[in-house]
Design a binder for this molecule. Structure first.
Ligand code: PLP
Length: 232
Protein backbone atom coordinates (compact mmCIF):
# COMPACT_ATOMS: atom_id res chain seq x y z
CA UNK A 1 0.00 0.00 0.00
CA UNK A 2 2.81 2.41 0.89
CA UNK A 3 4.37 2.03 -2.57
CA UNK A 4 1.04 2.77 -4.27
CA UNK A 5 0.51 5.77 -2.01
CA UNK A 6 3.97 7.10 -2.77
CA UNK A 7 3.38 6.70 -6.49
CA UNK A 8 0.12 8.64 -6.17
CA UNK A 9 1.68 11.44 -4.09
CA UNK A 10 4.59 11.60 -6.53
CA UNK A 11 2.19 11.92 -9.47
CA UNK A 12 0.27 14.72 -7.76
CA UNK A 13 3.47 16.57 -6.90
CA UNK A 14 4.56 16.38 -10.53
CA UNK A 15 1.19 17.68 -11.70
CA UNK A 16 1.21 20.54 -9.20
CA UNK A 17 4.74 21.47 -10.32
CA UNK A 18 3.61 21.44 -13.92
CA UNK A 19 0.60 23.68 -13.18
CA UNK A 20 2.90 26.13 -11.40
CA UNK A 21 5.61 26.03 -14.08
CA UNK A 22 8.10 24.62 -11.61
CA UNK A 23 10.63 21.81 -11.87
CA UNK A 24 9.93 18.64 -9.88
CA UNK A 25 13.45 18.96 -8.45
CA UNK A 26 12.47 22.18 -6.66
CA UNK A 27 10.22 20.27 -4.26
CA UNK A 28 11.38 17.80 -1.60
CA UNK A 29 8.85 15.27 -0.36
CA UNK A 30 9.24 14.48 3.34
CA UNK A 31 7.54 11.25 4.43
CA UNK A 32 6.09 11.96 7.87
CA UNK A 33 6.49 8.64 9.68
CA UNK A 34 5.44 9.70 13.20
CA UNK A 35 3.64 6.94 15.14
CA UNK A 36 4.45 4.49 12.31
CA UNK A 37 6.64 1.41 12.80
CA UNK A 38 10.11 0.88 11.37
CA UNK A 39 8.71 -1.66 8.87
CA UNK A 40 6.69 1.13 7.25
CA UNK A 41 9.78 3.30 6.98
CA UNK A 42 11.64 0.38 5.37
CA UNK A 43 8.87 0.05 2.79
CA UNK A 44 9.18 3.72 1.94
CA UNK A 45 12.97 3.29 1.77
CA UNK A 46 12.50 0.44 -0.71
CA UNK A 47 10.61 2.90 -2.86
CA UNK A 48 13.58 5.24 -2.67
CA UNK A 49 12.63 7.63 0.12
CA UNK A 50 15.39 9.12 2.26
CA UNK A 51 13.65 12.16 3.79
CA UNK A 52 11.59 11.35 6.89
CA UNK A 53 9.77 13.63 9.31
CA UNK A 54 9.10 13.00 13.00
CA UNK A 55 7.64 15.16 15.74
CA UNK A 56 8.94 13.47 18.91
CA UNK A 57 12.52 13.35 20.15
CA UNK A 58 12.24 9.86 21.62
CA UNK A 59 10.82 8.49 18.38
CA UNK A 60 13.64 9.99 16.31
CA UNK A 61 16.19 8.45 18.69
CA UNK A 62 14.55 5.01 18.57
CA UNK A 63 14.20 4.96 14.80
CA UNK A 64 17.69 6.38 14.30
CA UNK A 65 19.02 3.46 16.36
CA UNK A 66 16.86 0.86 14.63
CA UNK A 67 17.75 1.83 11.04
CA UNK A 68 21.42 1.58 10.08
CA UNK A 69 21.00 3.25 6.67
CA UNK A 70 21.76 6.96 6.46
CA UNK A 71 18.46 8.83 6.24
CA UNK A 72 17.64 12.52 6.42
CA UNK A 73 15.60 13.01 9.58
CA UNK A 74 13.51 16.16 9.86
CA UNK A 75 12.32 17.35 13.26
CA UNK A 76 8.92 18.88 12.51
CA UNK A 77 7.31 18.97 15.97
CA UNK A 78 7.44 21.26 18.97
CA UNK A 79 10.84 20.86 20.65
CA UNK A 80 11.62 21.23 24.36
CA UNK A 81 14.95 22.83 25.16
CA UNK A 82 16.09 20.05 27.50
CA UNK A 83 15.74 17.50 24.67
CA UNK A 84 17.65 19.35 21.96
CA UNK A 85 20.92 17.62 22.86
CA UNK A 86 19.55 14.19 21.94
CA UNK A 87 18.82 15.04 18.32
CA UNK A 88 20.94 18.03 17.34
CA UNK A 89 23.51 15.85 15.56
CA UNK A 90 20.98 13.34 14.22
CA UNK A 91 18.58 15.54 12.25
CA UNK A 92 19.28 17.34 8.98
CA UNK A 93 16.83 20.17 9.70
CA UNK A 94 14.73 21.42 12.61
CA UNK A 95 11.55 22.92 11.11
CA UNK A 96 9.95 24.15 14.32
CA UNK A 97 12.03 26.95 15.84
CA UNK A 98 9.86 29.75 17.17
CA UNK A 99 11.85 31.39 19.96
CA UNK A 100 15.30 32.83 20.58
CA UNK A 101 15.64 30.68 23.71
CA UNK A 102 15.16 27.49 21.71
CA UNK A 103 17.58 28.63 18.99
CA UNK A 104 20.18 29.52 21.64
CA UNK A 105 19.88 26.04 23.12
CA UNK A 106 20.25 24.45 19.67
CA UNK A 107 23.34 26.58 18.98
CA UNK A 108 24.92 25.66 22.32
CA UNK A 109 24.24 21.94 21.93
CA UNK A 110 25.41 22.01 18.30
CA UNK A 111 28.63 23.69 19.41
CA UNK A 112 29.28 20.88 21.90
CA UNK A 113 28.93 18.37 19.06
CA UNK A 114 31.06 20.49 16.79
CA UNK A 115 28.36 21.01 14.22
CA UNK A 116 26.11 23.69 12.76
CA UNK A 117 22.42 22.91 12.90
CA UNK A 118 20.19 24.02 10.01
CA UNK A 119 16.81 25.37 11.17
CA UNK A 120 13.59 26.88 9.88
CA UNK A 121 11.53 29.51 11.66
CA UNK A 122 7.98 28.32 12.33
CA UNK A 123 5.38 30.94 11.48
CA UNK A 124 1.76 30.77 12.60
CA UNK A 125 0.47 32.46 9.47
CA UNK A 126 -3.20 32.09 10.32
CA UNK A 127 -2.58 33.24 13.92
CA UNK A 128 -4.42 30.27 15.38
CA UNK A 129 -4.34 30.17 19.21
CA UNK A 130 -3.69 26.45 19.22
CA UNK A 131 -0.51 26.57 17.14
CA UNK A 132 3.11 27.27 17.90
CA UNK A 133 5.06 29.71 15.78
CA UNK A 134 5.67 33.42 15.59
CA UNK A 135 3.34 35.80 13.77
CA UNK A 136 4.21 37.16 10.36
CA UNK A 137 5.02 40.51 12.01
CA UNK A 138 7.39 39.01 14.58
CA UNK A 139 9.32 36.83 12.13
CA UNK A 140 11.97 39.23 10.84
CA UNK A 141 12.98 40.40 14.32
CA UNK A 142 13.39 36.79 15.44
CA UNK A 143 15.39 35.94 12.31
CA UNK A 144 17.77 38.85 13.00
CA UNK A 145 18.30 37.77 16.63
CA UNK A 146 18.90 34.13 15.77
CA UNK A 147 21.21 35.03 12.88
CA UNK A 148 23.76 36.18 15.48
CA UNK A 149 24.10 32.69 16.95
CA UNK A 150 27.24 30.85 15.76
CA UNK A 151 26.04 27.24 15.51
CA UNK A 152 22.62 27.50 13.89
CA UNK A 153 21.92 28.38 10.29
CA UNK A 154 18.51 29.71 9.29
CA UNK A 155 17.48 28.11 5.99
CA UNK A 156 13.92 29.38 5.60
CA UNK A 157 10.39 29.26 6.99
CA UNK A 158 7.84 26.63 7.95
CA UNK A 159 4.14 26.74 8.67
CA UNK A 160 1.40 24.36 9.72
CA UNK A 161 -1.69 25.68 7.97
CA UNK A 162 -5.15 25.38 9.55
CA UNK A 163 -7.03 22.11 9.30
CA UNK A 164 -9.60 22.86 6.61
CA UNK A 165 -12.10 20.96 4.50
CA UNK A 166 -11.15 22.65 1.25
CA UNK A 167 -7.39 23.10 0.63
CA UNK A 168 -8.14 26.27 -1.36
CA UNK A 169 -8.87 27.93 1.99
CA UNK A 170 -5.16 27.68 2.83
CA UNK A 171 -3.92 29.26 -0.39
CA UNK A 172 -3.97 32.71 1.21
CA UNK A 173 -1.75 31.46 4.08
CA UNK A 174 0.73 29.80 1.73
CA UNK A 175 0.91 33.00 -0.29
CA UNK A 176 1.57 35.03 2.82
CA UNK A 177 4.41 32.72 3.96
CA UNK A 178 5.97 32.92 0.50
CA UNK A 179 5.73 36.72 0.57
CA UNK A 180 7.37 36.78 3.98
CA UNK A 181 10.21 34.57 2.71
CA UNK A 182 10.81 36.90 -0.22
CA UNK A 183 10.68 40.00 2.01
CA UNK A 184 13.23 38.64 4.47
CA UNK A 185 15.44 37.29 1.69
CA UNK A 186 15.62 40.77 0.19
CA UNK A 187 17.12 42.11 3.43
CA UNK A 188 20.26 39.99 2.85
CA UNK A 189 20.79 39.29 6.54
CA UNK A 190 24.20 37.75 7.33
CA UNK A 191 24.14 34.02 8.17
CA UNK A 192 20.58 33.65 6.82
CA UNK A 193 19.59 31.67 3.69
CA UNK A 194 15.94 32.16 2.81
CA UNK A 195 15.70 29.16 0.47
CA UNK A 196 13.41 26.61 2.11
CA UNK A 197 9.65 27.00 2.34
CA UNK A 198 8.26 24.05 4.30
CA UNK A 199 4.48 24.05 3.89
CA UNK A 200 1.73 21.67 2.81
CA UNK A 201 0.51 18.39 4.34
CA UNK A 202 -1.66 15.55 3.05
CA UNK A 203 -4.74 17.74 2.68
CA UNK A 204 -3.16 20.71 0.97
CA UNK A 205 0.33 19.96 -0.41
CA UNK A 206 -0.69 20.54 -4.02
CA UNK A 207 -1.91 24.07 -3.28
CA UNK A 208 1.26 24.66 -1.23
CA UNK A 209 3.41 23.62 -4.21
CA UNK A 210 1.46 25.94 -6.50
CA UNK A 211 2.28 28.73 -4.04
CA UNK A 212 5.99 27.97 -3.84
CA UNK A 213 6.59 25.24 -1.25
CA UNK A 214 10.06 23.69 -1.54
CA UNK A 215 9.33 21.02 1.11
CA UNK A 216 6.03 19.27 1.65
CA UNK A 217 5.40 17.08 4.72
CA UNK A 218 3.08 14.20 3.92
CA UNK A 219 2.11 11.59 6.50
CA UNK A 220 -1.38 10.14 6.10
CA UNK A 221 -1.19 10.30 2.30
CA UNK A 222 1.79 7.92 2.39
CA UNK A 223 1.40 5.75 5.50
CA UNK A 224 -2.36 5.86 6.05
CA UNK A 225 -4.24 7.01 9.13
CA UNK A 226 -2.38 7.26 12.43
CA UNK A 227 -3.44 5.47 15.59
CA UNK A 228 -2.18 7.53 18.53
CA UNK A 229 -2.96 4.77 21.04
CA UNK A 230 -0.26 2.47 19.71
CA UNK A 231 3.42 3.17 20.35
CA UNK A 232 6.32 2.81 17.94
C1 PLP B 1 1.80 15.15 11.33
C2 PLP B 1 2.41 16.30 10.63
C3 PLP B 1 2.42 16.37 9.23
C4 PLP B 1 1.78 15.33 8.32
O1 PLP B 1 0.40 15.40 8.44
P1 PLP B 1 -0.54 14.59 7.42
O2 PLP B 1 -1.81 15.38 7.43
O3 PLP B 1 -0.69 13.24 7.98
O4 PLP B 1 0.11 14.60 6.10
C5 PLP B 1 3.06 17.46 8.65
N1 PLP B 1 3.64 18.42 9.39
C6 PLP B 1 3.64 18.38 10.74
C7 PLP B 1 4.32 19.47 11.48
C8 PLP B 1 3.03 17.33 11.40
O5 PLP B 1 3.04 17.31 12.74
Amino acid sequence: MIHENLAEVEKRIEEACKRAGRERSEVTLIAVSKTKPVEDIKEAMDYGMVEFGENKVQEIMDKYEAIPEKLNWHMIGHLQRNKVKYIVDKVCLIHSVDSYRLALQISQDAQKKNTICPILIEVNVAEEDTKYGVTVNEAETLVREIAELPNVKIKGLMTIAPFVGDPEENRVHFKSLKNLLVDIKRKNIDNVDMEILSMGMTGDYEVAIEEGATMVRVGTGIFGKRNYNIGV
